[in-house]
Ligand binder design. Structure first.
Ligand code: NHR
Ligand code: GAR
Length: 196
């Protein structure tokens, strides 16, 4: 079985879309693949309840509990790796996961780590992408599924979706339009990876 572990920080709508697609397309039969765990760095993440509703195991590795370590990011990533590796994953999927990962973590999952970012990379890596796209006067925005490399939001691109930016868009209205596309391209990009 190809185990899939999904990392979230918040609402988990991309995670929900992936689990729904996995069930609808019967990834277990077609790809011998299964979402075996959803892990959040925030105990309050809404997506944890959604995952449980799907019958998927959930775990929390709270990054705030490592604040006093000599190297908080390495300590958090080491704890996260320990949890993830219990599931011997073929794929680790970042879905609205909001902590930057250390090169150590990225190297540990080389070739097995993917992310969705709410911009048309290489434009607007990092945070506040929708606000930045509106401020720059972009006529189009979108989302990118990419392999994760040590440099933030710079790994090889696997899929993209484009949406128009409307005259009266706010970061919220643009984010909502982009998110509907994320829910289509992320499950499709993962299915394609599992196929090969
Ligand atoms: N890690 C690496 N090494 N490479 C990538 O491409 C990564 C990554 C970790 C997360 C997702 C990402 C995005 O798609 C992602 C890609 C969080 C931040 C951030 O600045 C930036 C990019 C992404 C996720 N996080 C703050 C931090 O200090 C915390 C912000 C918060 O908690 O709200 O880690 O955009
Ligand atoms: C999505 O738009 C995702 O692309 C973005 O956060 C949202 C999470 O929604 N990710 C980032 O901004 C990563 N820095 P979700 O939790 O409902 O999937």
């Amino acid at each position: 079985m190809k185990n899939i572990v999904i990392l979230i920080s918040g609402s988990g709508s991309n995670m929900d879309a992936i689990i729904r697609c996995a069930k609808a397309q019967n990834w277990e039969m077609h790809f011998k693949a299964k979402v075996t765990a959803v892990i959040s760095n925030r105990p309050s993440a809404k997506g944890l309840g959604l995952a449980q509703d799907h019958g998927v195991t959930t775990e929390v590795v709270d990054h705030t509990t490592f604040a006093n370590a000599t190297n908080p990011r390495e300590a958090f990533d080491t704890a996260l790796i320990k949890e993830i590796d219990q599931h011997a994953p073929a794929l680790v999927v970042l879905a609205g996961f909001m902590r930057i990962l250390t090169p150590m973590f990225v190297a540990h999952y080389a070739e097995r780590l993917v992310n969705i970012h709410p911009s048309l990379l290489p434009a607007f890596p990092g945070l506040h992408t929708h606000q930045r796209a509106i401020e720059a006067g972009c006529k189009f925005a979108g989302a990118t599924v990419h392999r994760v490399s040590a440099e933030l939001d710079h790994g090889p691109i696997l899929a993209q979706a484009v949406v128009p930016v409307m005259k009266d868009d706010t970061p919220e209205s643009l984010a909502a339009r982009v998110l509907t596309q994320e829910h289509l391209i992320y499950p499709a990009a993962i299915a394609k990876l599992l196929e090969s």
